[in-house]
Design a protein around this ligand. Structure first.
Ligand SMILES: Nc1ncnc2c1ncn2[C@@H]1O[C@H](COP(=O)(O)OP(=O)(O)OP(=O)(O)O)[C@@H](O)[C@H]1O
Length: 327
């Protein structure tokens, strides 16, 4: 499978009056054609900052400390803002938890979709844009696409609005879609609809998707591979089956024990303690203070992300199956 995105040693800092917050630390991962990569981790682990940086967006006061994000052979950080705008939308699209931020309340859904197509010079006139927009509204599951086309966003229910949002992003047919907590605000029925839609876009449109979520049951249902983030860095990274059903890192194991993936009468274990403060200097393993297996060496020596069996990467000094390769 072809690599469509390559993130190499990405580090993002937020200088604040309380010190430098290290939101993303030396993060590397790739995304392949037609796959769903889930990024999971506790709140504040750096998932959203990472996702936005893939579009070249680092919100002030954040700064790119180091790293390269290659999309189709181009480093997004070395492009001009105009070149980045062309990549955004056409090559890479992003949907957030709250669709309201994407819609103009005084403009119909259809008009916005057609304007997006016209702005990217993908259609010659309104009617051509309307036909493409209607096809996408039908694709995301609307039985009466024309009604949605002529609606304002506030006239739709939450679930409909999220699907209309996906149609509006997908109308440009981006090769890469980043979905940041796309189902958090939805009920179970609409959650399933949106997740099935992501799977359909992967299978039928060969779309490569980064799915950011806290919810491991969603990951089990949709993802091909997983990146587990903690305190801005990757702790475990590999095939979904190998990470979720044969976890290696104590943090991944604890994360799995803290949710119910459908088992009856399962006792849930909350992970004790807090992640390190983002301005804290971490000399050893970032998870060591909360880890039940940690020894003195874990507090003193920083583990490297290391390749183990089944092509899985793990950052843990206690991880037994190391082959010695670094990422
Ligand atoms: N504007 C900001 N100013 C200072 N620090 C920031 C800012 N935005 C993000 N950060 C830092 O980046 C860290 C990671 O934030 P991010 O939103 O990526 O976390 P997340 O994993 O997506 O969390 P959640 O699941 O709650 O959305 C935060 O803990 C914070 O320290």
């Amino acid at each position: 499978m072809e690599k469509v995105l390559d993130v190499n040693k990405l580090s993002i800092d937020f200088p604040t009056p309380h010190g430098i917050y290290k939101a993303v630390r030396n993060l590397s991962f790739s995304l392949y054609e037609g796959e769903i990569l889930a990024i999971v981790g506790e709140s504040g682990s750096g998932k959203s900052v990472t996702a936005k940086s893939l579009l070249g967006l680092i919100e002030a006061p954040g700064i790119l400390k180091d790293g390269i994000v290659m999309i189709n052979g181009q480093n997004i950080f070395s492009l001009t803002s105009e070149e980045r705008c062309t990549i955004r939308g056409k090559r890479i699209g992003m949907i957030f938890q709250d669709p309201n931020i994407a819609f103009d309340p005084v403009c119909t859904i259809g008009k916005q979709m057609v304007e997006t197509l016209l702005n990217h010079n993908l259609v010659k006139n309104f009617n051509e844009g309307k036909n493409i927009s209607l096809e996408w509204l039908e694709y995301v599951g609307f039985l009466d696409p024309l009604r949605v086309f002529n609606s304002y966003s506030f006239e739709l229910s939450g679930g409909m609005r999220q699907r209309a949002y996906i149609a509006m992003v997908m109308v440009l047919e981006p090769q890469i879609l980043i979905a940041d907590e796309p189902t958090t605000a939805l009920d179970m029925v609409n959650q399933a609809r949106v997740l099935n839609l992501l799977k359909k876009m992967k299978q039928e449109k060969n779309c490569s998707i980064i799915l950011i979520t806290h919810d491991l049951s969603i990951v089990a249902n949709t993802a091909d591979r997983i990146l587990v983030m903690y305190a801005g860095e990757a702790l475990e990274y590999g095939e979904m089956i190998d990470v979720l059903y044969d976890p290696s890192h104590p943090y991944t194991k604890a994360l799995i024990r803290s949710v119910n993936m459908g088992e009856k009468n399962l006792k849930l274990n909350v992970i004790k303690g807090e992640p390190p403060r983002m301005n804290e200097k971490i000399s050893g393993c970032s998870f060591a203070k909360r880890c039940e297996f940690a020894g003195d060496e874990c507090l003193e020596n920083k583990p490297k992300l290391t390749l183990g069996s089944k092509g899985k990467y793990v950052r843990c000094l206690k991880f037994p199956k190391r082959l010695g390769d670094k990422l």
